[in-house]
Unconditional design. Structure first.
Length: 134
């Protein structure tokens, strides 16, 4: 069996992936709490408001697990890691565009500098600008 560079990277620094995965989970919980707080402004501090947020959050987890489980069985470890990083970058871009619908280059740099340190940074910035224009 041949090993790809991504497989070697996973073997050398598995803790880096675990840290990223943990941060992703923490961010998910922060989003859940934030949405709960925002929804209570509209529905009030009721069981219905909390149930709506939990149902949406768990529904998203279930849909993601169903789709991700099906996809993961077809991907190599390196491809799965690339997909995970791409999805996390997508979440960062969505958060940026929700906050700043027409970001400047500086806004994009501030949002993704700590996420994307790859050689394709200019293409990522251009893709975000194109997405914001559409």
């Amino acid at each position: 069996m041949t090993r790809s560079p991504g497989d070697t990277l996973l073997g050398v620094v598995p803790w880096l992936f675990l840290i990223a995965y943990t941060c992703s989970g923490i961010a998910g919980l922060v989003y859940e709490v934030s949405w709960t707080r925002l929804l209570t402004l509209y529905i009030g501090h009721t069981t219905a408001a909390a149930a709506a947020v939990v149902a949406a959050f768990l529904g998203g987890l279930a849909a993601g697990a169903a789709w991700g489980g099906d996809m993961a069985s077809r991907l190599s470890r390196a491809s799965a890691l690339r997909a995970y990083v791409g999805l996390e970058l997508g979440v960062a871009v969505a958060a940026l565009l929700a906050r700043q619908p027409h970001p400047t280059d500086q806004d994009v740099d501030d949002a993704i500098t700590n996420i994307c340190r790859c050689g394709t940074f200019a293409r990522v910035r251009r893709a975000i600008r194109d997405l914001a224009r559409s």
